[in-house]
Design a protein around this ligand. Structure first.
Ligand SMILES: [Zn+2]
Length: 455
């Protein structure tokens, strides 16, 4: 069908769409602290109903609710599923925000606020695309389903049982993942997979209490124990030392290498933004990009021990803690990495180090050759007037594997963000122009998907 009517509706209702985004941004929903979660879940359900979807709140045994929405097409049995999330990262540090993090301020053509792009802007852009169909033609070209997670920003620890339980309800032919956008030159970027992640905390405990550091010749120091243990995990050439850590790493295929060569990696901009003269090991160009997307990592996220206040304090700490994450690539498994980590520390005399496991997700990807990839790339090119940039994998993580492995869907991530959206950082924002274009892109995708033959 002709998209002109749909696009016209979108343009005519752009202000109202932005107001709906503001409404959602103004509702805090910080999953890490449980702040505003229930209210936000209800608001999302309400917004789905306003658009014309049937919606319900799904609850697991524990964790934050998932909102499910759907609208059936009168034309076809084909189904497109959207995965999004309504939870957001904590807004801290608050003093670095120009506007209230949950104020939804509109300034310089942008909506400011935590969640403006990640992921409320993307969620609203999809809802509004569906609204445009229902309000103009009274139908959608394909069945539409929404699964809106409330724990994505904390690793979706409770989503798996819900996906398993709702396998039938969530069944579809393809899924559009939550994020994406254009680069500074307006090229749409699509992501065919995600790295996995495993978050852990390492704890060293020695004496029962902190003691005067004069006792250092006799009393074990928890901070040193932890530092020595950490030193066993990675060397100064960035090589991870855990035995068999790289065993299952699958190198990129020829077609994935081809994709990598076509990615315009804005490395200068990135280094400049971070005030760095060079990347680790002097990596640049293709090699840097390949490392970014296909290299597993071990990162210290934070360290805590002893006295860290003003001046000095001659104390010997009784405990020390480090938070770490491992970013994993196909076909590494979080469970296996945890086992290898445990074994490794033990083998090197660190069985006293306690390992606490936090969230994890598996690495996953949809093959470059999947017909859904070429469909979405074609639609993106049509809407944005630029060839789509295809990432065979993204450096980020999320519960995509549940949709790919349990539901068996091809999954591609695409959205309405921009490199200056400040995702997860202070002054997160969404350009209104990108948002509205994003609504049109999703509308066009829904239309093109109707003509897509399901294998
Ligand atoms: Zn996020």
């Amino acid at each position: 069908m002709s998209l002109e009517r749909i696009y016209r509706y979108v343009d005519e209702h752009a202000d109202a769409f932005v107001q709906d985004l503001v409404r959602l941004v103004r509702q805090p929903s910080v999953s890490a602290k449980g702040e505003g979660i229930e209210d936000c879940a209800e608001l999302v359900e309400e917004m789905m109903r306003e658009v014309g979807l049937s919606a319900k709140i799904l609850k697991g045994e524990k964790g934050h609710p998932v909102i499910y929405g759907e609208v059936k097409s009168k034309r076809t049995a084909k189904t497109l599923l959207f995965y999004n999330h309504y939870d957001v990262q904590p807004p801290e540090p608050l003093e670095e925000w120009k506007y209230e993090p949950f104020g939804g301020e509109i300034a310089d053509g942008k909506v400011y606020g935590r969640g403006a792009v990640d992921n409320k802007g993307n969620l609203v852009s999809r809802l509004k695309a569906v609204q445009a169909y229902l309000e103009t033609v009274g139908n959608v070209p394909v069945n539409i389903k929404f699964v809106v997670d409330g724990e994505e920003e904390i690793g979706s620890p409770n989503l798996e049982p819900i996906v398993k339980r709702c396998k039938q309800l969530f069944s579809a032919d393809a899924a559009v993942w939550e994020f994406g956008g254009t680069d500074r030159r307006g090229r749409p970027h699509l992501y065919l997979g995600l790295k996995g992640v495993l978050s852990v905390e390492l704890r060293a405990k020695c004496a029962l209490k902190d003691v005067h550091s004069a006792n250092a010749p006799l009393i074990p120091n928890a901070a040193w124990r932890l530092v020595w243990a950490l030193n066993m995990l990675k060397d100064m050439n960035e090589k991870i030392l855990i035995e068999d850590f790289y065993d299952k790493v699958q190198p990129p295929s020829d077609e994935e290498i081809e994709c990598l060569r076509n990615i315009p990696f804005e490395e200068e901009e990135l280094r400049k933004e971070l005030g760095l003269n060079q990347f680790l090991k002097g990596l640049s160009g293709f090699e840097a990009l390949k490392a970014l997307l296909f290299q597993p990592t071990c990162t210290i996220n934070g360290l805590l021990s002893g006295y860290t206040g003003k001046g000095s304090k001659t104390v010997l700490p009784k405990e020390a803690m480090a938070k770490l994450d491992f970013r994993l690539v196909p076909n590494q498994k979080p469970d296996e990495i945890l086992e290898k980590l445990t074994r490794h520390l033990k083998a090197h005399g660190f069985s006293d180090i306690e390992i606490v496991r936090y969230g994890s997700t598996e690495p996953v990807k949809t093959p470059v050759s999947d017909p859904f990839v070429s469909l979405i790339a074609k639609t993106a090119e049509k809407v944005y007037g630029e060839k789509a940039v295809i990432y065979p994998l993204s450096a980020g993580s999320g519960p995509m594997h549940l949709f790919r492995n349990i539901l068996g869907l091809p999954v591609v991530s695409a959205g309405c963000g921009h490199p200056e959206s400040n995702t997860h950082a202070p002054n997160e924002n969404l350009r209104i122009e990108s948002f509205i274009k994003g609504v049109k892109f999703i509308a066009a995708l829904i239309n093109d998907f109707a003509g897509y033959s399901v294998a």
